[in-house]
Write a protein that binds this ligand. Structure first.
Ligand code: NAD
Length: 467
């Protein structure tokens, strides 16, 4: 089966990257497999374009609004292509396109605030904000457009230019997005580059890049931080998650089961802040398992372009192999599949939605990030122990607490060691909120005004007070 790792002709400059439809397992198109040394010219053009782009905030806001309009107008082209290469149901691709436009519009409306330095001395100090220069954005395959926009919208609004590298598994919709944005933005303000490694590593270490903003796995995040050390560029890392959902003993299982299921299984579980573990009171454990297993067994799994599909395939063959391996290991360690537990027969990267019970607390499916349609449900007797277990991994992206008494649920949520906690929900983010993981889940703050300032540097001017 062709994958982005296969098929490059060594030394051949104009090589191509095969793009696989995860619903069939077959390559259906190609993208340029750009070589690392091509980045010199790309970054140089981004640096030249920066001079004009940084100069006029009003023109930037107008450009970004026009870009948002152009993205919306291109929805019928972008969404099916996104589904084809990523696998998600078409309605979710349309929603992703809408969120991409919304992000552009939100940041078009933000501007940094000049502030006085007020320390009582007879000197007038003023903090102004300056852009950093060309930004290198490296993104994963689970939400190619939306995560890219979370990078480039604040970076562009702040007056930087951007070189964007999508995952080699999902280059096509991003390339199309780049062409759509080019109709609204000045030349070279945003450039999309596609190709296999070491293209990303070179972007992260390129001396002309002044901010490396990365979303992806923890090991790659570490490599990116190491690469950026050579140029001492600013680094923002949005990494993996292993979010826990803690159910309280007053939870109404019937009422929350749908929401909880989708918090874990949306985008086939390939969401950094999906629910990846459920802690249920021992008394309710069987009921919770049954409610989730019922949904896992009856949800329509199929190609994303089929209008009945609610759950698509896993995006790529290595990820499918990882999901299968993690599940097999858990089953071998004594877990039981209340639903699923195996790949689905037939073509494509399909895995049966899986609910695991009787899982050892130290099994990798609990302590690590499965990033697929597999959910362990663990019983607890003591709430303090459940909170300790929820906080007991190397991750700290999000978490949620589910119950009827909202004050009590909020008090428990307050004890979660993560960046965002929800009550009776999960993973619903506001454009205006800061987004930051703790521990291995990230470095730096994205989202809202914090995301804008994350792409700016303070510049301070001191002058004497007028005589
Ligand atoms: P990944 O780390 O394998 O790849 C991410 C990106 O980095 C891709 O574009 C890839 O081509 C590139 N890359 C690979 N090696 C590189 C290197 N040495 N230097 C520079 N770039 C390199 O991640 P993935 O498998 O594409 O995505 C899944 C992971 O992303 C999961 O761990 C998930 O939790 C995480 N994620 C996190 C967030 C968040 O906001 N915290 C959001 C979505 C996904």
């Amino acid at each position: 089966m062709p994958t982005p790792e296969a098929g490059r002709t060594p030394g051949h400059r104009a090589s191509r990257l095969a793009v696989v439809d995860p619903a069939t397992g077959d390559a259906f198109d190609e993208a340029p497999d750009q070589q690392p040394d091509e980045l010199d010219a790309v970054v140089d053009r981004a640096r030249r374009a920066w001079t004009g782009w940084r100069a006029d905030p009003a023109a930037r806001a107008t450009g970004l609004r026009a870009a948002a309009d152009a993205v919306e107008a291109a929805g019928d082209d972008l969404a099916p292509l996104l589904t084809r290469e990523q696998g998600k149901p078409l309605a979710e691709s349309y929603a992703e396109v809408a969120r991409t436009a919304a992000r552009l519009r939100y940041f078009a409306g933000l501007a940094p605030r000049t502030r006085p330095v007020d320390d009582g001395r007879p000197v007038r100090g003023e903090i102004r904000w300056r852009p950093l220069g060309p930004v290198g954005a490296i993104v994963p395959w689970n939400f190619p457009l939306q995560i890219a926009a979370a990078k480039f919208a604040p970076a562009l609004a702040a007056g930087n230019t951007v070189v964007l590298k999508p995952s080699p598994y999902t280059p096509l919709a991003t390339r199309l997005l780049g062409s759509v944005l080019a109709t609204a933005l000045p030349q070279d303000v945003l450039t999309v580059v596609t190709g296999r490694e070491p293209l990303g590593a070179r972007l992260a270490s390129h001396p002309g890049i002044r901010h490396v903003t990365f979303t992806g796995s923890v090991p790659t995040g570490r490599a990116v931080a190491g690469a950026a050390a050579s140029s001492l560029a600013r680094v923002t890392l949005e990494l993996g998650g292993n979010d826990a959902a803690v159910l309280l003993d007053d939870v109404d299982v019937d009422r929350i089961a749908d929401r909880l299921f989708w918090a874990a299984f949306r985008n086939c579980g390939q969401v950094c802040m999906a629910v990846k573990r459920v802690y249920a009171p021992a008394r309710l454990h069987a009921e919770v398992v049954e409610a989730l297993a019922h949904r896992a067994k009856t949800v329509v799994v199929g190609p994303g372009l089929d209008p009945d599909t609610r759950l698509g395939p896993v995006n790529n063959a290595p990820q499918l192999a990882r999901v299968e391996r993690v599940t097999r290991q858990a089953l071998a360690a004594g877990a039981r599949a209340a639903a699923g537990g195996h790949r689905l027969d037939g073509p494509g990267h399909f895995f049966a939605p899986t609910i695991l019970t009787d899982v050892p607390a130290d099994d990798p499916v609990v302590t690590g990030e499965q990033f697929g349609p597999v959910l362990p449900v663990l019983p607890y007797r003591d709430l303090d122990e459940a909170v300790e277990a929820a906080n007991g991994t190397d991750f700290g992206l999000g978490g949620s607490v589910w119950g009827t008494d909202l004050d009590r649920a909020e008090a428990v949520a307050d004890r979660l060691d993560c960046g965002t906690a929800w009550i009776n929900h999960h993973a619903e983010l506001s454009l205006a909120q800061p987004f930051a993981g703790v521990k291995n889940s990230g470095v730096g703050v994205a989202g809202g005004p914090w995301g804008l300032y994350g792409n700016l540097r303070p510049f301070v001017v001191h002058r004497p007070q007028e005589a």
